[in-house]
Structure formats: structure tokens, C-alpha cells
Design a protein around this ligand. Structure first.
Ligand SMILES: [Zn+2]
Ligand SMILES: [Zn+2]
Length: 256
């Protein structure tokens, strides 16, 4: 028998990073799976960069922040820990090269025996020991842990290099930064020096690239931006100096 999990009132934790920018994450799951979801308040519409694993009710969590405004929900790439909550939003955006992976994701489950083949090896490749159970709690009494899988999502629009997401008083440009996946994107606001990287950049873990050459080129491209604030798919907020130092260390380690 598996022990019954506790019910938690609030699935997500939230921390305001600066005015109009909030980080949300899931504290009740195994550490490897914890990812960052970023809410940006706009004058006319809001932006949500990544949507966590799709276990708890992210839309319900975001609704008070959005105060009735439209929410543009973006998946920086096709991985389950970033697109899992996308299905719940009306505007579902990703790059065309990762659209198939958003429609038909690598579907994770709570118990390792239900995981897709190769996931445990992938977790070890990141330097983590695979957990015996994804969940440490449940988000509601009706949540069925045994049957839960990463929910697929049908994109409503596709984001290409150079597209701009206009929030009214803020605007984010789409940068195609392939390497981690073919359709990885970053979101860049030059006026504030704000960069959302998804998994195209990690600060505390070795970076992972499906296509190393493309990933290195993407790192070089992002390094040249006048970045002030970097908001990644995992890990802490970093400033421009730490961002550039981490990229330099990564490039040096790979002999690039
Ligand atoms: Zn990823
Ligand atoms: Zn990730």
C-alpha cells in the first residue's frame, strides 16, 4: 500500500520579484520536477511564461493577479515541466518546432513504473536521483494521483523569431534559441533588460542540449544582450553579471 498523501490548500507558492512580476512554483513535488512559472502584469493583457507541471489549478491561482485581463500563456518549450498547465488557458502559445511536443507531450506520471521509458536515465544525467514518487501532496480530494499524466495542450497561436507580445505598457520580443529543444524560445524586453530563458540557460545545473551546436550559438546570442534580469525555467533569479559569467563557464567547459 502506498501511503495516502496530504491535501494542500494552495498548490502553488508565489513570490513577487518586482512590481508586476511574480514567480510561481510547486513546492509539493520532487525537486527535479520543480519549475518556474512567471506572471507578468500588463496594462491591457498579462503574460504567463511557462505553466509548471499541470497538477494543480494554475489558472485559478493566476486569476486574481490578472484581474480580468486576457492572459497570454506561453510554453518556452515542449517539456512537461513547462507546458503541463498550458491546456487550462485560452491563449496557448509556443514555437512551431515544439508544437508537436506540446500537443503530444512526454507524459510524466507520479509513479516511476508509469513513466515514459528513459526518464529515470534522463534525471540521472542531470545529476539527480530519480524520486520514488513525483507528488508529495495532492491539490484536491478529487485528484487521482494514479491516473494523472502530463496534460496535452493544443496551441492557439505559434510564436516565431521576432514576434512581439504586446501587453500595452510592456512588450516582449520572441527570440528563437534552439538547442535545449528545437523550438526553445526566450522572451526579451529591451526597455527593461528582462530576459525569460526557459531551459535555454541554467545557472546552478549543467545545461542540457539536444543540439549542442545550436545551444552554444543560442547562449552566445543571449550573452550579447544588455541583460539586467534573467528569469529562467528553474533556479534563482540572476542579474546580468551572473548570467554572463555562467554562460562563459558553460562555454569554457564545453570547449566552445
Ligand atoms: Zn526543458
Ligand atoms: Zn525544465
Amino acid at each position: 500500500m502506498r501511503p495516502e498523501l496530504p491535501l494542500v490548500e494552495r498548490w502553488f507558492s508565489a513570490e513577487q520579484i518586482e512590481d508586476g512580476l511574480t514567480l510561481l512554483w510547486e513546492p509539493h513535488i520532487a525537486g527535479f520536477f520543480v519549475s518556474n512559472a512567471w506572471h507578468v502584469r500588463g496594462r491591457d493583457r498579462d503574460l504567463l511564461v511557462d505553466t509548471a507541471n499541470g497538477i494543480g489549478d494554475l489558472r485559478g491561482e493566476i486569476t486574481p493577479f490578472a484581474d480580468g485581463r486576457q492572459i497570454l500563456a506561453v510554453a518556452t518549450h515542449e517539456h512537461f515541466d513547462h507546458m503541463g498547465g498550458l491546456h487550462a488557458f485560452d491563449e496557448r502559445l509556443c514555437h512551431p518546432a515544439d508544437a508537436a511536443g506540446v500537443r503530444d507531450p512526454y507524459a510524466v506520471a507520479s509513479f516511476p513504473e508509469d513513466w515514459p521509458p528513459g526518464l529515470a536515465e534522463e534525471i540521472r544525467a542531470y545529476g539527480y536521483e530519480p524520486p520514488g514518487r513525483l507528488l508529495a501532496a495532492v491539490p484536491s480530494r478529487t485528484f487521482d494521483e494514479a491516473s494523472w499524466r502530463t496534460p496535452p495542450a493544443e496551441p492557439t497561436s505559434l510564436l516565431e523569431e521576432g514576434d512581439v507580445l504586446d501587453l500595452g505598457d510592456r512588450a516582449f520580443e520572441i527570440l528563437h534559441v534552439p538547442g535545449h529543444t528545437a523550438g526553445s524560445i526566450a522572451l526579451w524586453e529591451a526597455s527593461s533588460g528582462t530576459l525569460f530563458t526557459g531551459d535555454a540557460f541554467y545557472v546552478d545545473d549543467a545545461m542540457m542540449f539536444e543540439d549542442l551546436e545550436a545551444g552554444v550559438a543560442s547562449l552566445r546570442r543571449m550573452r550579447d544582450l544588455p541583460v539586467r534580469l534573467v528569469l529562467g525555467g528553474h533556479g534563482p533569479v540572476v542579474d546580468g553579471d551572473r548570467f554572463r559569467a555562467a554562460i562563459d563557464a558553460e562555454l569554457a567547459a564545453r570547449g566552445a
